[in-house]
Design a protein around this ligand. Structure first.
Ligand SMILES: Cc1ncc(COP(=O)(O)O)c(C=O)c1O
Length: 447
């Protein structure tokens, strides 16, 4: 409803005063298409507007407090306003926020990440996960002098034209499993971009390798998220990942791990659980300590494409806010606090969450299931856990039931990501997990 319509109704005595959130949304609609800068905040009848956050709780402008399992799409690993980050940022703020100079903060953080990660001999920072994946793809092209990338059907890797192909494929558009179609996300995506992206099915080694073989001479790299959110928060099989890695090595292509989300699942990232080592890793979210961030890390030989002292320079890379010291100090404080013990404790808490959610589903006797790994879970309104993007794809009825379930959880002050996914933070303990599973049981009973 437009602001004009609302005021007409009010003048006619037919509408009560809009809530503060409704009023904000009406203002937002006048200045931003759809009323926002990121679609993920949209919900009916209007977005929630945050007033403040502390630990695992967020208070909205209506004064309502939420138990936050969305954590800004998984970026807030320690919840909101953790003391160590606030302190580090306040100290840096007083000394300036961005310079046309390097800072020691950047070097210190780069040293830390290279020590912590596997196969990260060099790293460069940027401003988002989208940018990190884009830079990794461009680095693979520059290194191999080849144009194409392969990616898993349905996987989300940000907004870069090539990285987003088939992210929203549907039964109408996805084509045969033997050869999934390269489906555009944005209107106007050039056909040439689609032609450079090869889509493989998730955890289906034989089909994936057969498809890759057809593009062996032109593939620069294979991009893989080891526990892809949109595919269903299902871990990639060891055999699948090893086969992709071996195929890449055999055929002169690179393996690129998108660990923008999954870095939270293991001390050195989800790749730690696999034998194969990627040539490049894209990072984001958590490693910014609550500030915008991305990073590309990998083998020295490959990362040399970014080196401007090599002539001719193969891949120029800059960014006004890349490696700004606020992000660097916030990121380092965050990651130091997310040490091996913290990772293990958060994963154990998440095991408990998944198991209690499954119990709630069994008790309510509803056709639903829980997938997930590390500190992530996802609810599907399906009796059997899905195995890939196609089996995770919700029917219209399942989507409706999931939206209803999320609404019923929201009625109890529980905030999830709109796919039914939860990302835990270290600010949570068993009391919060009990609250989640109790709320889930209540919600399932009311479905
Ligand atoms: C796996 C993965 N890659 C890349 C991105 C893009 O990151 P950003 O939103 O910071 O651009 C996301 C964001 O959700 C992601 O989940």
């Amino acid at each position: 409803m437009s602001a004009a319509n609302l005021s007409d109704l009010r003048n006619a005595g037919m509408a009560t005063e809009p809530s503060a959130s409704e009023a904000l949304y009406q203002r937002a609609l006048q200045v931003m298409p759809g009323g926002c800068s990121r679609n993920v905040i949209l919900r009916k009848p209007h977005p929630l507007y945050a007033a403040s956050g502390r630990g695992c709780h967020v208070t909205d402008i209506e004064g309502r407090t939420w138990l936050d399992f969305a954590n800004n799409m998984g970026s807030q690993i320690h919840g909101h306003a953790p003391a160590s980050v606030v302190e580090a940022v306040q100290r840096q703020l007083e000394n300036g926020t961005a310079f046309s100079m390097g800072t020691e903060a950047e070097i210190r953080y780069a040293e830390y990440m290279c020590r912590r990660m596997l196969n990260a001999e060099r790293i460069r920072f940027c401003n988002s996960g989208t940018e990190a994946v884009m830079c990794a793809i461009k680095a693979a092209r520059a290194f191999t002098d080849r144009p194409k990338i392969a990616k898993v059907e349905g996987a989300y890797h940000g907004l870069y034209d090539y990285a987003e192909v088939s992210q929203t494929a549907s039964p109408k558009s996805w084509g045969a499993l033997e050869r999934p179609a390269s489906v555009p996300v944005a209107s106007g995506t050039p056909a040439s971009a689609l032609a450079e992206v090869v889509i493989v099915p998730f955890n289906d080694t034989a089909r994936a390798l057969a498809i890759l073989d057809e593009h062996a001479a032109t593939l620069a790299g294979i991009v893989i998220d080891l526990i892809p959110h949109r595919v269903g928060v299902i871990p990639a099989d060891e055999g699948f990942v090893n086969a992709l890695g071996a195929w890449a090595a055999r055929n002169g292509a690179l393996l690129i791990c998108d660990e923008v989300i999954t870095f939270r699942t293991t001390y050195s990232g989800a790749q730690q659980r696999y034998a194969v080592r990627p040539d490049l890793t894209a990072l984001g979210k958590m490693i910014g300590g609550g500030f915008p961030v991305g990073a590309i890390a990998g083998r020295e030989e490959v990362m040399r494409v970014f080196d401007p002292s090599v002539s001719p320079i193969r891949l120029p890379h800059s960014g006004t806010f890349s490696a700004n010291p606020i992000t660097m100090v916030a990121g380092l404080a965050t990651m130091e606090q997310f040490d091996e013990k913290a990772v293990d404790e958060l994963n154990a808490l998440s095991d408990r969450a998944r198991s209690q959610l499954r119990e709630a589903i069994a008790t309510a006797s509803i056709a639903a299931c829980v997938t997930g790994a590390g500190s992530m879970f996802r609810i599907h309104m399906k009796a059997v856990p899905p195995e890939n993007y196609r089996s995770a794809y919700p029917t219209a009825a399942e989507s409706e039931r999931l939206n209803k379930l999320i609404g019923l959880l929201e009625d109890q002050g529980i905030l999830l990501i709109n796919t039914g996914t939860g990302m835990l933070s270290t600010a949570m303990g068993s009391a919060e997990i009990d609250r989640l599973s109790d709320a889930m049981l209540q919600a399932l009973r009311r479905l």
